[in-house]
Design a protein around this ligand. Structure first.
Ligand SMILES: NC(=O)c1ccc[n+]([C@@H]2O[C@H](COP(=O)([O-])OP(=O)(O)OC[C@H]3O[C@@H](n4cnc5c(N)ncnc54)[C@H](OP(=O)(O)O)[C@@H]3O)[C@@H](O)[C@H]2O)c1
Length: 280
């Protein structure tokens, strides 16, 4: 049965995002997701209808590697929908080589941090208007290995795929903490999470590059995309977390994040750089 909630998730077309979308569709909410093409969007929409019976899924074509596309997507969302109850910044990448976005920004930074930073900022007035509302940021436990390298934020001097990914995932947790502070008393909460180590396309691409024995052992540790979606769904819907903000979750529990996420000077400096880069 349809309810009044409107939920928007980035990267609903595969892996953890698609499973999150399906679980949320089962609640009867209107579920909106980003897709990189009409073809993919239509395919997932049909899958949602077939598997959940939810007739109220919709997609917006959006390339998170383009700031113009993120802006257009936020604009379209605001034109189409009167409210936004939950925004889930789920889409992410872990490129094996240094790549740049359409705007010439290193891809981890662009997709895992700047795109959700811009999308969230543009949708914030609607989220405030729709309060109580929630923002859920999908990070990774790898943020604990990360450091914000202000001298080479875009790995121009040397690229290490794990360092670049970890930095972008630390950036999104720092953004979560800072935003929670700014949103205090607004009725809008924001939390970050680690979904687990999940057998999705992103992981399997890296498994294929491992030596076969290591790959075999690693594959045994993986959880399914549906299990990987559980904490996102929990943070998006559970009454248990109403009013909880600025926390980092794993397996539906608050767990300690990197000690680095408490440095509000770093968070502020990063926010100012992000604003400049996305032209806010
Ligand atoms: N898998 C893990 O073990 C793991 C662990 C920790 C954190 N995470 C995080 O969990 C999130 C989901 O990852 P996943 O494992 O489900 O990966 P995935 O299966 O590769 O899915 C990634 C999603 O992001 C979308 N996406 C990628 N680039 C995009 C772009 N330029 N514009 C718009 N959408 C784009 C993809 O769209 P397409 O379908 O068009 O490719 C897809 O829907 C990510 O933030 C990831 O960092 C994953």
């Amino acid at each position: 049965m349809q309810n009044e909630k409107i939920i928007f998730i980035t990267g609903g077309t595969s892996g953890i995002g698609k499973e999150t979308l399906k679980s949320l569709a089962l609640t009867g909410a209107t579920v909106v997701f980003t897709a990189r093409s009409n073809e993919k969007g239509e395919e997932v929409k049909r899958e949602i209808l077939r598997e959940t019976g939810n007739e109220h899924s919709a997609y917006l074509v959006c390339d998170l590697a383009s700031l113009a596309s993120v802006r257009a997507c936020a604009e379209e969302f605001k034109n189409r929908y009167p409210r936004l109850d939950v925004l889930i910044n789920n889409a992410g990448v872990m490129p094996q080589e240094r790549q740049e976005s359409k705007d010439g920004i290193e891809l981890n930074l662009a997709i895992n941090f700047l795109a959700p930073f811009l999308l969230t900022t543009l949708l914030l007035p609607l989220l405030r208007q729709s309060a109580p509302s929630r923002i859920v940021n999908v990070s990774s436990s790898m943020h604990k290995e990360g450091e914000i390298n202000f001298n080479d934020l875009e790995s121009k001097k040397g690229f290490d795929m794990y360092k670049a990914y970890a930095q972008s995932k630390l950036a999104i947790v720092l953004f979560t903490k800072k935003l929670a502070k700014d949103l205090k008393g607004s009725g809008v909460t924001v939390n970050a999470l680690h979904p687990g180590v999940v057998g999705t396309e992103m992981t399997m691409r890296n498994v294929r590059a491992m030596n076969p024995i290591l790959a075999l052992l690693f594959k045994r540790m993986l959880i399914t995309p549906a299990q990987g979606a559980e904490t996102s769904v929990y943070l998006a819907t559970s009454p248990e977390v109403a009013g909880i903000s600025g926390e980092y979750f794993d397996k539906k529990k608050i767990v300690p994040a990197s000690p680095r996420v408490y440095d509000m000077d770093v968070a502020e400096k990063l926010e100012n750089i992000a604003k400049t880069k996305v032209l806010l």
